[in-house]
Design a protein around this ligand. Structure first.
Ligand code: ATP
Ligand code: MG
Length: 353
């Protein structure tokens, strides 16, 4: 049995159901991200795990124990919030010590644990500071230390990086991941930043309107999105409308150009429209790349983005974006130019709606 299991969890506020049959099994020591747009129910699920909200239906177990009858302070869960939620009138030391004092730990033991926690987040030298004397990134590290001090069985992080600027976000997310792995603590991390989720998670739950659309490793989520929502939310993706020509032979047509897919379209009929997805990094204009498929079209625009050049081309009414590295000798294509995009047919995914 998994360490943290959510089975058919539901939540309604009055007449409005915001979480629908949410299922998730999390293994001990796993780092799982909930990824989804604003309002999809990420915080609500997290608050149900912590015990701040009661599910309207479903089961919630941690380490084989039913959590529903337990109050938040009986669940032994550490939580870090989006906004800095340190006690403003307490020093860093006292913030981290807070939960330990409540638990009735002896002073010498508390001091030792606080020292250990501040060492973990590399802020030992700031133990006497107050929250207002620290940067946002430092405050969030203290909030993490405070959550971890009580040795929680599960760590919940609700967009802990969203108030920080881009550079700090990247370094702190790596620090959180390293600490999580060092302690082996089962962690749920909420974010609406796809890159963040892809870079630090063992698995990702992509949430859409109170449901888990797809659960998988970052690699699976990015490379084989199960639904149109996942495909469009995770990464920049080209959606292409194609016409089915011969479903048994996987033959389709994009505009007037025929393509043989690698993925099955046996469920479709000739004449049906099928939605396909292609990652911008899957194609190349060069004719000496490994490819089995080509599409010809007219360049709509080419944008220089630093390390890559993003080009948009029109293929039978579909605008397809693709990226190429700004390597020495590469000349960006010009608008109006006719170009041929080469790629592997296996990279053309069939997306169900
Ligand atoms: N106490 C409440 N009473 C009524 N509706 C609520 C309550 N809490 C949340 N909701 C609603 O439930 C839905 C999900 O909210 P939730 O806070 O879980 O979203 P979220 O995915 O965390 O979004 P964000 O990324 O903006 O934090 C929203 O439509 C929200 O308005
Ligand atoms: Mg939220």
């Amino acid at each position: 049995m998994s360490f943290l299991t959510l089975t058919n969890i539901q939540k309604s506020f009055g007449q409005v159901q915001v979480v629908h049959n949410f299922n998730m099994d999390i293994e001990k020591g796993e780092f799982v991200s909930f990824l989804g747009p604003s309002g999809c129910g990420k915080t609500t699920v997290l608050r149900m795990i912590a015990g701040f909200e009661a599910p309207t239906g479903g089961d919630l177990f941690i380490n084989g124990k039913d959590q529903r009858p337990l109050k938040p302070n009986q669940r032994n869960i550490g939580m870090v919030f989006q906004a800095y939620a340190l006690f403003p009138n307490m020093s860093v030391h006292d913030n981290v010590a807070f939960g330990l004092k409540v638990a009735g730990m002896a002073k010498a033991e508390i001091d030792a644990r606080v020292k250990e926690m501040l060492g973990l987040i590399r802020l030992d030298h700031l133990a006497d500071r107050y929250p207002y004397q620290m940067s946002g990134g430092q405050q969030q590290r203290v909030a993490l230390a405070r959550a971890l001090a009580v040795k929680p069985q599960v760590l919940l992080l609700d967009e802990p990086l969203s108030a920080l600027d881009a550079k700090i976000r990247v370094s702190l997310r790596e620090e959180i991941r390293a600490i999580q792995q060092q302690l082996g603590i089962t962690t749920v991390f909420v974010t609406h930043d796809q890159e963040e989720a892809l870079s630090i998670s063992d698995r990702i739950v992509v949430m859409n309107a109170g449901r888990a659309d797809q659960i998988g490793t970052p690699f699976e989520i990015y490379n084989t999105p199960a639904t149109r929502f996942v495909a469009s939310f995770v990464g920049t993706l080209n959606m292409i409308e194609a016409k089915v020509v011969d479903p048994a032979a996987n033959r389709i047509q994009i505009g007037d150009q025929g393509v043989t897919l690698k993925h099955s379209i046996a469920a479709y009929k000739a004449g049906d429209t099928v939605s396909l997805a292609l990652r911008p990094e899957a194609g190349s204009l060069s004719d000496n790349v490994k490819s089995d498929t080509a599409l010809t079209g007219e360049v709509v625009s080419a944008h220089f983005l630093g390390s890559v050049i993003r080009t948009r081309m029109n293929v039978g009414g579909n605008v397809i974006s693709f990226d190429m590295f700004n390597a020495p000798g590469v000349t960006p294509p010009q608008a109006g130019e006719t170009v041929t995009l080469r790629f592997m047919a296996a990279d053309l995914l069939v997306i169900r709606d």
